[in-house]
Design a protein around this ligand. Structure first.
Ligand SMILES: Cc1ncc(COP(=O)(O)O)c(C=O)c1O
Length: 370
């Protein structure tokens, strides 16, 4: 067993989930568990959430393979797959009872052909592109181009949704424009007496910043895992990070003033000091760009990371402190009043917590605690 692991705090996940639920009530929840639940373990996270009362009404994944993994692990709730479709993926949707996303005009022919040829029944949601310009049928498309999907035999449209580009920024004008466009298309479809099913649009940013976007269901991802999507996002929901990265001291050596540490000699000590080596590196998801910029918490004190981050190991300068081989090292997380979380890494790396937790690699065991 490795000394380094990702500790997944299911109690924090539960609290985040219920705090989100409270804010969006009576909207349903689609828990976004794509990318292995942002690195937290999709099967374990979904199974855990499914035991709660009330449990999420839906799960959302990016890929058909991710949905198969959930079904094979016993998840029975509806699963919406955000991916584009083709006939092979439609067979999978049928076999595994998945809700597909209609996100392109060309999906009409594919769907029609598949359902009539295979006498297949499929569940779907229609995705409207209101300005993200990634996937979805354009909001200003001829109404018939959208309404015709509701007439395909054997296709049940369970919902309609859109996705925001800037909802993480409070009072953002473009997010408002996207919402207006979405509302317009919904009104038009309703005027044709079409039953739209579940209407949904809000990701974590909109859950925090745009209550007017909740509709019938919301789709939290990063907020479930304890982070705001942007540091400026509204604080109306109390969130606790779910993942910590824990390791330990594998080696401790003394070096003299003027001696260097690690590849490329990017750190030279200005004093006689002690250096510890910790078994976690860029192959585990500790970015090399953190070199000489990061920190760890040991016995409730911060220590600077020094020397180039290597594939399997990183070093820290512990000065003259009394630290021993085997002592616990918190690379990501908190201890009492000290914290160094995915936002702290993100500020150094000019990224967002999504990328940090997703990139903790598969060779790092996930340990689940409640
Ligand atoms: C369609 C869709 N809905 C919801 C989410 C969740 O977003 P967030 O993690 O910002 O809550 C995502 C993730 O990017 C998504 O692709």
């Amino acid at each position: 067993m490795r000394e380094s692991y990702a500790l997944i705090d299911l109690n924090n996940l539960k609290q985040n989930y219920f705090n989100i639920r409270k804010k969006v009530k009576p909207a349903k929840i689609l828990a976004v568990v794509k990318a292995d639940a942002y690195g937290h373990g999709a099967v374990e996270v979904s199974k855990f959430l499914s035991e709660l009362n009330p449990k999420p009404e839906y799960y959302g994944v990016a890929l058909f393979d991710e949905a198969i993994q959930l079904r094979n692990s016993g998840i029975k709730e509806p699963i919406l797959v955000f991916d584009v479709i083709n006939s092979e993926k439609l067979s999978i949707a049928q076999e595994y009872s998945l809700d597909i996303t209609i996100s392109r005009n060309i999906d009409y022919e594919v769907l029609k052909k598949f359902c009539s040829k295979n006498k297949a029944y499929l569940n779907a949601h229609i995705k409207i592109n209101t300005g993200m310009n990634r996937l979805g049928i354009r909001w200003d498309e001829n109404l018939n181009e959208i309404s015709k999907f509701y007439k395909i035999e054997r296709v049940k449209i369970n919902g309609i949704y859109t996705h925001f580009a800037t909802s993480d920024i409070p009072k953002d004008k473009f997010a408002k424009t996207q919402l207006e466009r979405f509302n317009k298309i919904i009104d038009k479809l309703k005027s044709l007496n079409i039953d739209l099913g579940i209407i949904h649009s809000a990701n974590s940013g909109a859950i925090l910043n745009m209550p007017e976007s909740f509709f019938d269901m919301v789709r939290p991802g990063i907020s479930l895992y304890g982070y705001k999507p942007d540091l400026n996002s509204d604080d109306s929901i109390y969130l606790k990070p779910v993942m910590s990265i824990i390791s330990n001291v594998a080696n401790l050596i003394s070096i003299k003033k003027g001696e260097s540490v690690s590849y490329g000699r990017r750190f030279t000590s200005k004093t006689d000091t002690q250096i510890i080596s910790v078994p976690f590196g860029y192959a585990d998801g500790y970015p090399r760009a953190l070199t000489n910029k990061s920190k760890a918490i040991i016995k409730n004190k911060f220590y600077n990371q020094v020397g180039t981050v290597t594939m399997d190991r990183i070093m820290f300068d512990i000065g003259n402190d009394k630290i021993s081989v085997g002592d616990k090292v918190i690379l990501l997380g908190k201890n009492k009043n000290l914290k160094f979380d995915a936002w702290d890494w993100s500020k150094i790396l000019n990224t967002i917590p999504y990328e940090i937790t997703c990139n903790i690699s598969k060779r790092v065991p996930r340990i689940y605690k409640f």
